[in-house]
Design a protein around this ligand. Structure first.
Ligand code: HEM
Ligand code: HEM
Length: 123
């Protein structure tokens, strides 16, 4: 399976989780988990789908070391950030470092993705 296809499949799973969470928040009128919902949908579904489509359209950008590094950092960072954030929004501040490390991994992943796109996405 190519990197692009793998990202699209992973992003669809985040989409399902994100809308289930939105549905739960709506029916329970409990908005504590809004930041988790937002980032699962935007960093999990939207960002990863777009990256997957870009890697599919520009296969030369999908086979680089930068692409593999982006893939792993984002896919390790996001679950860490989301699981950490669930604990943090419910008041467990011991999980702030987990959330921060996850978020930092994603930021590094996105910078690497940006470099990869600038260097390897060509007509
Ligand atoms: C059936 C699907 C969805 C449901 C039921 C749902 C439900 C909700 C609810 C209840 C809130 C909290 C509103 C509040 O705090 O006042 C919310 C916030 C939000 N949702 Fe969703 N959502 C869904 C899908 C999505 C998707 C697909 C995305 C993005 C790709 C998204 C992005 C957001 C954002 C950005 C916010 C924060 C808005 C703000 O800051 O005011 N949602 N959603
Ligand atoms: C590693 C990357 C990111 C980090 C560390 C981060 C961090 C944060 C933080 C700390 C907040 C404030 C939460 C609060 O007030 O409770 C926030 C809110 C928000 N972020 Fe991000 N963010 C990231 C990426 C993104 C991306 C890529 C998007 C959109 C594509 C996004 C959209 C939003 C939105 C819509 C809100 C408002 C949510 C609400 O109303 O509760 N974030 N983010």
């Amino acid at each position: 399976m190519t990197l692009g296809v793998r990202l699209i499949k992973i992003s669809a799973i985040y989409f399902a989780i994100g809308v289930c969470l939105g549905w739960y928040m709506s029916i329970s009128h409990s908005f504590t988990l809004t930041p988790v919902h937002v980032h699962i949908n935007l960093l999990g579904w939207t960002a990863l789908t777009l990256a997957g489509i870009i890697y599919h359209l520009f296969p030369q950008a999908a086979v680089t070391k930068l692409a593999k590094t982006h893939f792993w950092l984002h896919n390790i960072g996001l679950p860490l950030m989301m699981i950490g954030l669930i604990f943090v929004v419910y008041g467990n501040h011991a999980f702030i470092p987990v959330t921060a490390i996850g978020g930092t991994l994603i930021v590094i992943a996105v910078i690497i993705f940006t470099i990869n796109v600038l260097q390897h996405v060509k007509e």
